[in-house]
Design a protein. Structure first.
Length: 462
């Protein structure tokens, strides 16, 4: 909202009088944006008062001394009249902050970078924040959730940021509800390869100067901050196009044994997923195998990362299924993590079922035999410490989908899966959205089924 001069002010000015109006009458009352978005699991992650449209991250990294020098340029729109706002950032020392090209005051408080622009930002106005920083980024090591964020490797670095590790290497609105497009401009020593989300701009052309090489990557589709990825190191890269989708895979020679079929398997799985889930949601696909020592793979958007290389084809199926469910159709709240992991796990069941393995029904029956401990954590709200619990979130998430399939029948179920991916493409959702769509397409009251499978701490009846 723009400032508007009242007619009373004009009259007073003409009469040479001073007019003092109540604060409430001011067209814009500037107030601070909140320091968190109130996620039940990560209440301090994300920030109120603005919506990010684009991140432009330019960084230079030296594997020799592990130092990073970077500038993040963030384009956002104020959703309230802002006197100041926060960015999530626990990374290296901040050197300078500007808002709309003017020097801004800033301070650091825990994981927050508090920015006070030279003047207030009116609601609805686009603004640009530039943060320059340098030093040694450190990974976040959480006892319950594992290692995440900027992770140094033997010859470079890899970024894996689920659930809140983006703040370790760039200032962000680090909440999955605020998706944005990304540009990465990365400088590293000549001889190292740089990969990131999206596609390389001017492929094959790199700027080389003083022993350093600079490349640019662009993710043109909206992406949650935790899915942003940069990988720097010595990689064997393979590139091809399959069914109109660019496929870029890479692996460190040290993990060649497990990664040599990654390119072929990725193309095969994307083709399969496009038939079962609908059109692939991004401009490119791929994968990266590297020795990261985190003991997990992550569905970084468009190009998953496999620690040590993929263990088998089903791991590739799982991470690529996330491109539809978790990346394109993203979470609004972390308590709904089953929508990511349940779908990706059920994709494994479907792939096995359709490629000579056990049927999904057989897998379901085997898991249903599990005793009390298996059923204690609520799938639909497992709690922060249990959000990656294999039994409750992954396996029982998949079981929930199979129970739904049995209830509504195959025709409705597979139509539902495609419709879910298509209607919510590049947006964010909650569990209620899925239940409502399932009821719409089936014509059934499904609340009892979802209550039993998602929100009960006991074994559902069949």
């Amino acid at each position: 909202m723009l400032h508007r001069r009242s007619p009373f002010a004009a009259i007073a000015a003409a009469a040479g009088l001073a007019l003092v109006a109540p604060a409430a009458a001011h067209a814009d009352t500037f107030t601070p944006g909140s320091s968190g978005l109130g996620d039940p699991y990560f209440p301090h992650a994300g920030n109120g008062g603005y919506d990010v449209a684009h991140y432009d991250i330019a960084l230079r990294f030296s594997p020799k001394n592990r130092k990073l020098s970077a500038t993040a340029t963030i384009t956002a729109t104020a959703t309230q009249a802002l006197s100041r706002f926060n960015l999530d950032f626990s990374g290296p020392e901040v050197k300078k902050v500007e808002v709309n090209g003017k020097k801004a005051a800033y301070k650091r408080k825990g994981q927050e970078l508090v920015v006070t622009p030279a003047s207030g930002l009116p609601s609805g106005e686009k603004f640009i924040v530039t943060v320059s920083y340098a030093g040694k980024p450190r990974a976040i090591d959480d006892k319950a959730l594992g290692k995440e964020g900027w992770i140094n490797t033997k010859d470079g670095a890899v970024v894996l940021s689920q659930p809140d590790g983006a703040r370790s290497w760039f200032p962000a609105n680090d909440n999955p509800s605020d998706k944005a497009t990304f540009t990465f401009t990365v400088t590293a020593p000549v001889g190292l390869t740089v990969l990131a989300n999206g596609e390389p701009k001017n492929p094959g052309i790199a700027s080389v100067r003083n022993g350093l090489s600079t490349v640019k990557w662009e993710m043109k589709e909206p992406m949650a901050t935790y899915l942003a990825m940069v990988a720097i190191g010595k990689f064997k890269v393979t590139e091809s196009t399959s069914n109109g989708v660019l496929n870029i895979t890479a692996y460190d020679p040290s993990v060649a044994k497990k990664s040599k079929y990654l390119h072929r398997t990725t193309a095969k799985v994307v083709a399969w997923g496009s038939k079962v889930f609908g059109a692939y949601p991004f401009s490119s696909t791929g994968g990266i195998g590297d020795k990261v020592d985190v003991q997990y793979a992550l569905e970084t958007q468009g190009r998953p990362v496999y620690d040590g290389g993929p263990t088998n084809d089903l791991e590739v199926v799982h991470e690529l299924a996330h491109q539809w469910f978790g990346n394109s159709v993203g979470l609004r709240s972390w308590k709904d993590i089953w929508l990511n992991e349940g779908f990706a796990s059920y994709a494994e069941w479907l792939y096995e079922e359709q490629h000579g393995g056990p049927s999904a029904e057989k897998t379901f029956k085997r898991l249903y035999k599990n005793k009390d401990e298996f059923w204690k954590i609520k799938t639909g709200d497992p709690g922060m410490k249990n959000m990656f619990d294999w039994d409750a979130v992954y396996q029982r998430g998949a079981m929930t989908l199979h129970a739904l399939r049995k209830k509504v029948g195959d025709e409705t179920f597979f139509s539902l899966v495609k419709t879910w991916a298509e209607r919510n493409r590049h947006s964010t959702v909650i569990t209620r959205d899925f239940i409502d769509l399932a009821e719409e397409l089936s014509g059934q009251d499904l609340d009892p089924l979802f209550d039993a499978w998602l929100y009960s701490s006991k074994k559902p009846a069949l």
